[in-house]
Design a protein around this ligand. Structure first.
Ligand code: NAD
Length: 497
C-alpha cells in the first residue's frame, strides 16, 4: 500500500513512530493509502529544520526569494492537472472543481511573487532636526500551518507562499484525510529551488497539532478548520505566547429579495449549496426567501437540484462527487431525517442515492429542506454536506436579524436588483465577506479572506495585506546623524524641534 511520509529539510523522512492513518478513496470507499501520523519527536525534527533555515532565508535578498517563487509559480502551473487528480483521489471533488482550487492557490503564489512591493516600508525625514524615522517589517520566524480536508491545495497555499515570501520558514500539518497534495506542493517547491528546511510537511493528527501549539520554536500559527478546534488552537496557541489566526466553521445565508432575478438566484443557490458536495466553508447553506418569493424560488431550486449529476470525481460527467468519509456521509444524511422530524418540509431527499458500480463510495444525493424551523438542528449546526435549508422571512429586516443572530459570520450574499437595499445590507450585515448577486464571495488574492464571530479567532484575516501583516513584525528606527553643534546634557523629556 502506498505510504505518505513527511517532507522535512528538503527531503522525504519516513514516519518512524509506527503510527499510521488510513487514506480512503471516497468514490470507492476503499482504503487506498496510509499516512504517517507524526510522533512528538518527528514534529520536533520538522520544527528544528525550519528553525535552522530561518536565519539564512529571512535575510536572503528579496530578488533571490522572489526568483524561487516565480519558478514555483511556473512549476505549479505546469502541474495543475496532476495536483487536481491528487485532490480528487483523496477528497472526492470533481476534477474541474479541484482545478479551481489549484487556480485560487496559485493566485496567492502570484501575490507572493510581488512581495517586494508589499514589504516596502515607510520613511519620514526630518521629524525633528536631523532626525529621520523609518518603519520596516521583518519575518516572525517559524510559522506552523494546520489545514482542513476540504481544500487540500488552496488552504495550505493561502498560508505558506506568503509566509515564506515574507522571510519565514514553515511547518505545514495538512489534514490526515488528504495528505498527498501538500506533500507534492513541498516537493515542487524544492524543485523550484527553495532551500531545504524553508517548507516542511509533517503529517499527523492531534498529537502533531498539540506539539506545534506548545513548541517553543514555533512563533506563529495559521489554522483553518472547524470552530471548536479553531477556538482551541487560538486559546492554546496564544496562551503559549504565539501569534495565532484561526479560521473556523460557517453557516452562510443567502438573502433573496422579492425583486431578484429568480432564475439567477436559483442557479446560484444550487451551485453554491451543492458544489463540492457542500463541503466548502463558503457554501450557501441557508437561503432566506424574503416576501412572496418563497414558493416560486423553492420550485426553481428543486427543479435544478433534482438534475445534479452525482458520481466519481474523475468522471467528466459528474457535477458532484462523494463526501469525505462514510461517517460524515451518514451524519449529513441524519440531518435530513432529523429536520423532517423537527418540522421542516423535505422537498428533495437525496439520502437514498446509490451510484451504480460505486455502491461502497461515500455518495449522498442533494437535499432541499423548506420552512426549516430556526430551532432545528439542521438550521443551528454546520452540516457541511449537500443539504440546503430554506427559511422564509416577511421583510428585509427580519431576514437581516436572522443572519446577524447566527453565531457564525463567514460569508453571506444578497440577491436583488435594488442597489439601495444591497448597499444597506453591505453595511448592516455581520459577516466578513459579502456578495451582491455573487453567492460565494471569496476574495481574490490581493484582498484578504476571513469571517467574523465564531468563523475567525484572532485579529487578522488570511492572505492579502492582512496576511503580510500577520507574517511580519513591525520595527521602527529613529536615526540622527549629528551635527557638531548637537550634544550637551539635557535630562528633560526628549522633544522634537
Ligand atoms: P477539523 O477542525 O476537523 O480539522 C482541521 C485540522 O485540525 C486538521 O489538520 C486536523 O488534523 C486538526 N484537528 C482535528 N481535530 C483536532 C483536535 N481535536 N485537536 C487538534 N487538532 C485537530 O476540520 P475539517 O473537518 O478538516 O474541515 C472542515 C471544517 O473546516 C469545516 O468546519 C469548515 O467550515 C472549516 N473550514 C473553514 C474555512 C474558513 O476559511 N473559515 C475554510 C475551509 C474549511
Amino acid at each position: 500500500m502506498k505510504t505518505i511520509d513527511h517532507w522535512i529539510g528538503g527531503k522525504p523522512v519516513e514516519g518512524g513512530s509506527g503510527n499510521w492513518g488510513p487514506v480512503f478513496d471516497p468514490a470507492t470507499g476503499e482504503q487506498a493509502k496510509r499516512v504517517a501520523l507524526a510522533s512528538v519527536e518527528e514534529v520536533d525534527q520538522a520544527v528544528a529544520a525550519a528553525a535552522a533555515a530561518a536565519a539564512d532565508w529571512g535575510t536572503l535578498s528579496l530578488a533571490r526569494r522572489t526568483g524561487v517563487l516565480f519558478k514555483y509559480r511556473e512549476l505549479l502551473d505546469a502541474h495543475r492537472d496532476e495536483l487536481a487528480e491528487l485532490i480528487t483521489a483523496e477528497h472526492g471533488k470533481v476534477h474541474s472543481d479541484a482545478l479551481g482550487e489549484v487556480a485560487r492557490g496559485l493566485e496567492i503564489v502570484e501575490l507572493a511573487c510581488g512581495i517586494p512591493q508589499l514589504l516596502k516600508g515607510e520613511l519620514s525625514t526630518q521629524v525633528s532636526t536631523r532626525v529621520d524615522v523609518s518603519s520596516i517589517r521583518q519575518p516572525v520566524g517559524v510559522v506552523a500551518g494546520i489545514t482542513p480536508f476540504n481544500f487540500p491545495a488552496m488552504v495550505p497555499m493561502w498560508m505558506f507562499p506568503l509566509a515564506i515570501a515574507c522571510g519565514n520558514t514553515f511547518v505545514l500539518k495538512p489534514s490526515e484525510k488528504v495528505p498527498s497534495t501538500a506533500y507534492r506542493l513541498a516537493e515542487l517547491a524544492s524543485e523550484a529551488g527553495l532551500p531545504e528546511g524553508v517548507l516542511n510537511v509533517v503529517n499527523g493528527d492531534r498529537v502533531a497539532v498539540e506539539r506545534l501549539l506548545e513548541h517553543p520554536d514555533v512563533d506563529a500559527i495559521s489554522f483553518v478548520g472547524s470552530t471548536p478546534i479553531a477556538r482551541h488552537i487560538f486559546t492554546t496557541g496564544t496562551a503559549n505566547g504565539k501569534r495565532v489566526q484561526a479560521l473556523g466553521g460557517a453557516k452562510n445565508h443567502m438573502l433573496v429579495l422579492p425583486d431578484a432575478d429568480l432564475d439567477l438566484a436559483a442557479d446560484s443557490a444550487v451551485n453554491a449549496a451543492y458544489g463540492s458536495a457542500g463541503e466548502r466553508c463558503m457554501a450557501v447553506s441557508v437561503v432566506v426567501a424574503v416576501g412572496a418569493t418563497g414558493d416560486e424560488l423553492v420550485a426553481r431550486i428543486a427543479e435544478r437540484a433534482r438534475a445534479v449529476r452525482i458520481g466519481p470525481g474523475d468522471d467528466p460527467a459528474s457535477e458532484m462527487g462523494p463526501l469525505i468519509t462514510r461517517e460524515h456521509r451518514d451524519k449529513v444524511a441524519g440531518y435530513v431525517s432529523g429536520a423532517a422530524a423537527q418540522g421542516a418540509e423535505v422537498v428533495v431527499d437525496g439520502t437514498g442515492l446509490v451510484v451504480e458500480g460505486h455502491e461502497r463510495g461515500h455518495f449522498l444525493g442533494v437535499s432541499l429542506l423548506d420552512r426549516v424551523p430556526v430551532g432545528s438542528d439542521a438550521y443551528q449546526d454546520e452540516i457541511f454536506g449537500p443539504v440546503l435549508c430554506v427559511v422564509r422571512a416577511e421583510t428585509y429586516e427580519e431576514a437581516l436579524r436572522l443572519v446577524n443572530s447566527s453565531r457564525w459570520g463567514n460569508g453571506t450574499a444578497i440577491f436583488t436588483r435594488d442597489g439601495g437595499a444591497a448597499r444597506r445590507f453591505q453595511l448592516e450585515v455581520q459577516a466578513g465577506m459579502v456578495g451582491v448577486n455573487v453567492p460565494i464571495p471569496v476574495p481574490v488574492g490581493y484582498h484578504s479572506f476571513g469571517g467574523w464571530k465564531e468563523s475567525l479567532f484572532g485579529d487578522h484575516h488570511i492572505y492579502g495585506s492582512d496576511g503580510v501583516h500577520f507574517y511580519t513584525r513591525g520595527k521602527v528606527v529613529t536615526t540622527r546623524w549629528p551635527d557638531p553643534s548637537d550634544g550637551g546634557i539635557n535630562l528633560g523629556f526628549p522633544s522634537n524641534h
